[in-house]
Design a binder for this molecule. Sequence first.
Ligand SMILES: Nc1ncnc2c1ncn2[C@@H]1O[C@H](COP(=O)(O)OP(=O)(O)O)[C@@H](O)[C@H]1O
Ligand SMILES: [Mg+2]
Length: 276
Amino acid sequence: MSRIEKSLEEAIRARQAVRRAGAQADEPADTGAAGQKKFQPAEVPLVKSGTVDLRMACIREPDSYIAEQYRKLRARIKSAPGGAPRSIMVTSAGIGEGKTVTSVNLAAAIANELDNTVLLVDTDLRNPMVHRYLGLQPQAGLSDYLKGSVELKDVLIKTGIGRLMVLPAGNSPENPSELLSSIRMGELAEELKKRYSDRYIVYDSSPLLATADAVSLARHMDGILFVMSAARTTHRSAQRAMQLLKGCRVLGVVFNNVQEQLARHMYPYPYERAGA
Ligand SMILES: Nc1ncnc2c1ncn2[C@@H]1O[C@H](COP(=O)(O)OP(=O)(O)O)[C@@H](O)[C@H]1O
Ligand SMILES: [Mg+2]
């Protein structure tokens, strides 16, 4: 079974377990067949509206249970089998499954650790949301750089959140697929990795099944995080999307919108929210 198929299988098993109310804690152990550590599916609970500000949980509500899940995801990435990836693309099968929420919180969680510089790149040129989640109002961004109308240094934004910088998507282009599959985009992705060996680059992406945009970018990445929403992602769409990632290094699955108490039951963790 390929690594991708294994990741998918783990996520599907996790999902089935979530659905089994009162599930026995018999879900993925953290060791593989050979006894090696492997990347467990990460669990992000369904956040009820009006509770935690999900867009900025890691910044504004660092003591929340949800922020803790992103710190755990950060730790898993840093100790990923095969070495910590420097460039990570967050993707999923369809829209609204949690790619941007995951990208923003993961980037912030990494940047909040001392000595980590993180660049968060919004490659969802059709439905860019990173700048909105972070409350930024950029004039230009990635699309403008790819078209050759601006220099990179002029479109990078310092957020003031640790050492987190953002490359926003930029002005809506007519030809997003062409821009993202261009040689210039490939060179940028490779250059960003090489130029700063101590930097993490997190790419928010568009849905895999909607267009070829994310697939063409995926091959430039050190690692891919695949987001599945307990509320939206079907097995079939996850399987089809995973097929598109064949040959890429899929780090693992982020299982989003999980009912919190079941998530905690599956992956017991002694952390308690302040005041909970
Ligand atoms: N774990 C969660 N709990 C509650 N709402 C969520 C969760 N994850 C995402 N959402 C909400 O779902 C919507 C889509 O999330 P988003 O990350 O923008 O999806 P995508 O980037 O995959 O299209 C947003 O309104 C977001 O706040
Ligand atoms: Mg998005």
